[in-house]
Design a protein around this ligand. Structure first.
Ligand code: NAD
Ligand code: ZN
Ligand code: ZN
Length: 369
């Protein structure tokens, strides 16, 4: 079938909305009609050319939500009409990682996905007979996409697509960092560094876990206001003295849980240093630049602080994204507050410009009718 999609033709250049061919879903695959897609930093990161694993041409986009249109042979858990959220982090439910409660890093299709192919090593996207690679296994800046069944979460039909799509990446990453990776205990003190989509999600996750004190740190006043509405009782402008302030506010000990959601290694270090002696856990969600390293004084670890990273918030996508969407529908999670702009597919480059200008938290592309 013919579809319209936003193609990364050349790094550092605007995306080009073009007509492509999309082949039918094969065994274990699903054709999804996309309805909405959030525009995330990772899309811009890859488009800019700084992503060392990036490739072109490809159809970007990984924060999608839509409706199952057709299923390939052997697909047993989805049927036409189901509402789905796309998962760049799949869940096969069979590999050694899926069977362990300790990680969400499914091993089933990693290699092919990282190279831009569906699990059988081919693409469904093409143009004039030339294969076009998929991006993050999702390629959701498009009217339709073909994805593996194991990379789609079936969610409630009551959730509006433009809200549901946020659970495909940023919002789940933040919520999950607090809820699944760190498993924040009720009554805790938490500090979240960064109030973008991920940090704000972490603030909400800490609140849902019953944290007693939630401090959010960011240079932007506007973003700190959003943090307040997500449950941060204390909002601090980022400064040189943040670690000292955390220590002072916690009787000299530090916070039970700290979260880094900026991608800046200097802030990661602050998040480690602000964690409590004895048991403080620092969770790192930000992606650092190529070659950058994190400096930690080993004494901080010997005296009981722990550091861990979190990919997609530790969320096991097919099981837990539907649960998070349910919590949104019950009113526990305010996803509406994150959407600052809605626009059609052909304005995708404007969404990148808004992101660069830090104008709003999320632009959502509204796709199809
Ligand atoms: N681990 C994952 O699976 C995953 C998924 C999505 C995004 N990410 C990464 O998470 C990070 C955050 O993503 P985002 O979409 O929220 O980005 P964002 O740019 O919207 O938010 C980052 C925030 O950090 C703030 N900041 C800058 N300097 C600071 C400082 N010194 N102290 C405190 N805050 C500071 C900025 O003002 C901004 O509000 C990025 O690195 C992104 O690549 C990771
Ligand atoms: Zn993302
Ligand atoms: Zn798996």
């Amino acid at each position: 079938m013919k579809i319209r999609a936003a193609v990364l033709e050349e790094f550092g250049k605007p995306l080009v909305v073009d007509e492509l061919d999309l082949a039918e879903p094969r065994r274990g695959e699903v054709l999804v009609r996309l309805a909405a897609c959030g525009v995330c930093h990772t899309d811009m990161y890859t488009a800019s050319g700084v992503d060392p694993s990036g490739y072109a041409p490809t159809v970007l986009g990984h924060e999608g939500a839509g409706v199952v249109e057709r299923v390939g042979e052997g697909v047993s858990t989805l049927e036409p009409g189901d509402h789905v959220v796309t998962l760049f982090s799949p869940q096969c439910r069979e590999c050694v990682h899926c069977l362990s409660p300790r990680t969400n890093l499914c091993l089933a299709i990693r290699e092919q996905q990282n190279r831009g192919y569906l699990p059988d090593g081919t693409t469904r996207l093409s143009r004039a007979g030339e294969a076009i690679r998929h991006f993050m296994g999702t390629s959701t800046f498009a009217e339709y996409t073909v994805m593996p069944e194991i990379a789609l979460a079936s969610v409630s039909r009551e959730a509006p697509f433009d809200r549901a799509c946020l659970f495909a990446c940023g919002l789940s990453t933040g919520l999950g960092a607090a809820m699944y990776t760190a498993s924040v205990q009720p009554g805790s003190t938490c500090v979240v560094f960064g109030a973008g989509m991920v940090g704000l999600g972490a603030v909400a996750g800490c609140r849902l876990q019953g944290a007693e004190r939630i401090i959010c740190v960011d240079p932007s006043h506007q973003r700190l206001e959003l943090a307040r509405s997500q449950g941060a009782g204390e909002c601090w402008e980022a400064g040189e003295d943040t670690v000292a302030r955390v220590l002072e506010a916690t009787g000299g000990f530090g916070a039970d849980y700290t979260f880094e959601a900026t991608g800046l290694v200097a802030v990661m270090r602050e998040a480690v240093e602000a964690a409590r002696m004895g048991w403080g856990l620092c969770t790192i969600a930000g992606l650092a630049g190529k070659g950058e390293t994190l400096d930690i004084v080993p004494r901080l670890l010997i005296t009981g602080r722990r550091v861990c990273g979190s990919s997609f918030g530790g969320v096991k996508g097919r099981d837990q994204v539907p649960e998070l969407v349910e919590r949104y529908l019950r009113g526990d999670i305010d996803a509406d507050a994150f959407i600052s702009h809605r626009m059609p597919l052909h304005e995708v480059n404007r969404a990148f410009e808004l992101m660069e200008a830090q104008d709003g938290i999320r632009s959502v592309l509204t796709l199809g009718a």
